[in-house]
Design a protein around this ligand. Structure first.
Ligand SMILES: [Zn+2]
Length: 270
């Protein structure tokens, strides 16, 4: 197991519970916690990786059809907001990276006004298309969580310099250099425009896997999980690539956003 990463803080922003077997085949029916992690990457002026759950989630799901989200995925907040947890460090953050636009990754966004936002153009286009609220809800997206000036603050991942990744990142070949030491890598399938971040020996993979065993033990999520995926075939291919990567690159710390087992050793605030 690689060392605990320096230069990144990991924050617990709340959790939901689902049966273990949904996230990992062969798991039990016992409900387990799926924390929503947000990370503070210190490199290059300070960047947030997602914003996790926040009170705005409750407002956004107060009415139908969005209420269906809260009913099917009961969320528990038992800690201060990410902004409060960051304290003085919040002032040092110059950019917010969004791995994708699902509610559990963007709910805290309104607590960080005026800060530049980086996300993929594909995710942005989906957010802005003319589909109904219900169609968007089915894809885990709650438009009201986006700040009004979202469009003015956005920078697209795809507009950054595309670079070749070092050979030890195989089978992943290219990424986008967001800043010195921070590279965005596409992890297609889970959601439209789903990206992770590579920084030093840490690969934040967002929801490309839910449990680390999806990768280390090659246990895929339950087929039911395909209902919430943007493209299940792509998700499986990405997962396969992560399995290959983790086998040959033992120095890399792969961190799924919702894996309690991985994160329990890393929380900054617990
Ligand atoms: Zn998620």
């Amino acid at each position: 197991m690689p060392n605990t990463p320096q230069g990144i803080d990991f924050y617990h922003t709340g959790y939901c519970r689902h049966p273990e077997c949904i996230a990992c085949r062969g798991g039990s029916l016992r409900p387990i916690s799926f924390p929503a992690m947000a990370a503070h990457i210190h490199a290059d002026g300070g960047m947030l990786f997602d914003t996790g759950y926040a009170e705005y989630f409750k407002t956004a799901t107060a009415h139908f059809p969005e209420k269906l989200y809260a009913l099917t995925t009961p969320v528990v907040f038992n800690q201060p907001s990410l902004k409060q947890q960051l304290g003085d460090k919040a002032d040092t953050i110059s950019k917010i990276f969004l791995s994708h636009l699902h509610a559990d990754h963007i709910a805290g966004l309104k607590d960080f006004p005026e800060i530049e936002i980086i996300c993929s153009k594909k995710a942005f286009d989906f957010a802005k298309n003319k589909q109904s609220r219900f169609a968007k809800l089915r894809k885990g997206f709650l438009p009201s969580l986006l700040p009004d000036d979202f469009e003015q603050r956005i920078q697209f991942i795809e507009d950054f310099q595309q670079i070749n990744l070092p050979p030890d990142m195989r089978p992943f070949q290219t990424g986008y250099k967001l800043a010195n030491g921070i590279i965005a890598i596409e992890l297609a399938g889970h959601a439209m425009g789903h990206f992770g971040i590579l920084t030093e020996n840490v690969f934040l993979i967002a929801d490309a896997a839910w449990q680390i065993e999806n990768i280390t033990e090659k246990r895929e999520p339950h087929l039911l999980s395909s209902l919430v995926m943007d493209n299940y075939a792509q998700f499986r291919q990405t997962l396969k690539n992560l399995q290959i990567l983790s086998q040959h690159n033992q120095d890399l710390l792969i961190i799924p956003t919702h894996c309690e087992k991985t994160l329990s050793k890393l929380w900054t605030n617990k």
